[in-house]
Design a protein around this ligand. Structure first.
Ligand code: SF4
Length: 271
């Protein structure tokens, strides 16, 4: 069949491609790693894991205060291999927080970003336009942010979309460790956004410098750019599109609660 009927028939064969999230389960690849759980009393207490961690993200191994800094973590899995039992990664994709410190986790509680205040939710909650600045990273985060808008994840169904000009944006999304060459461009983009404006730091580089941390030609991410206040920190290297979307929806107050039981499905996602 040709023409428009043929196109419609072709499309109908594909069925619905968009993930059921948030009403139903999102699909994650087998190798996906989410929120880690640590147990300093198990195995070697996480000491070998701390020793092999390329970003020094494992803190206070073997002590009751043991934690993993998801702002630094690249989710490489080396610590889990080195310290089985003491460190385990779950498939909980909800790993964003309102403060940089909140990304220090031990897995005892889910990491859920709190919502903006009511005035900001009224302003941004139904429609949020974002300008993205790649501040010197590897472009892995950009690839996932790009995927957030594709037919599978389709964040525009929540009224969230990227725009080309900061003048048309309500918020700034920053990726990368903020290299020296991108610092001025980032600050200028921030100044071009009309107030009030949100800022979202995405990925290990933007949260801490990631694998570039302490290089002299970058700023260790947004903590090194105090001129720009961050409203949401999204962990990952890179974050999965659903992690990003979930963080934004929680920031906007569109998703609440900490249950992994997904509304209406009876499905409890494995942790
Ligand atoms: S998964 Fe994260 S905490 Fe573990 S070794 Fe890799 S970077 Fe370090």
């Amino acid at each position: 069949m040709d023409g428009i009927p043929g196109i419609l028939q072709f499309r109908a064969r594909f069925g619905r491609q968009t993930v059921a999230y948030p009403e139903g389960p999102a699909r994650f690849p087998e190798r996906f790693r989410g929120l880690p759980v640590v147990d300093p009393r198990a195995g070697d207490g996480g000491r070998a894991g701390a020793a092999v961690c390329p970003t020094e993200a494992v803190r206070d191994a073997g002590t009751p205060g043991m934690a993993i800094d998801l702002g630094r973590c690249t989710f490489c899995g080396l610590c889990e291999e080195a310290s089985p039992g003491a460190i385990r990664f779950t498939r909980d994709y909800r790993i964003s927080g309102r403060t940089r410190d909140s990304l220090q986790v031990n897995g005892a509680a889910p990491l859920l970003a709190a919502a903006l205040d009511e005035k900001a939710r009224k302003l941004f909650g139904r429609s949020l336009r974002l300008r993205q600045v790649s501040a010197g990273g590897c472009n892995g985060c950009e690839a996932e942010l790009n995927a957030s808008g594709n037919v599978q994840f389709d964040m525009s169904r929540f009224g969230v979309a990227f725009v080309a000009s900061p003048r048309h944006a309500d918020g700034l999304v920053v990726t990368g460790p903020v290299s020296e060459n991108m610092r001025e461009a980032l600050l200028k983009t921030w100044e071009a956004l009309p107030a009030p404006r949100l800022v979202i730091a995405v990925g290990a580089c933007a949260c801490s410098g990631g694998i570039f941390r302490d290089s002299p030609v970058q700023s260790n991410g947004m903590p090194g750019v105090p001129e720009i206040p961050v409203d949401l920190w999204v962990a990952g290297c890179p974050p999965h599109p659903i992690t990003f979307i979930d963080g934004v929806l929680r920031l906007l107050g569109r998703i609440e609660g900490d249950s992994l039981r997904l509304a209406g499905t009876g499905i409890v996602e494995p942790r």
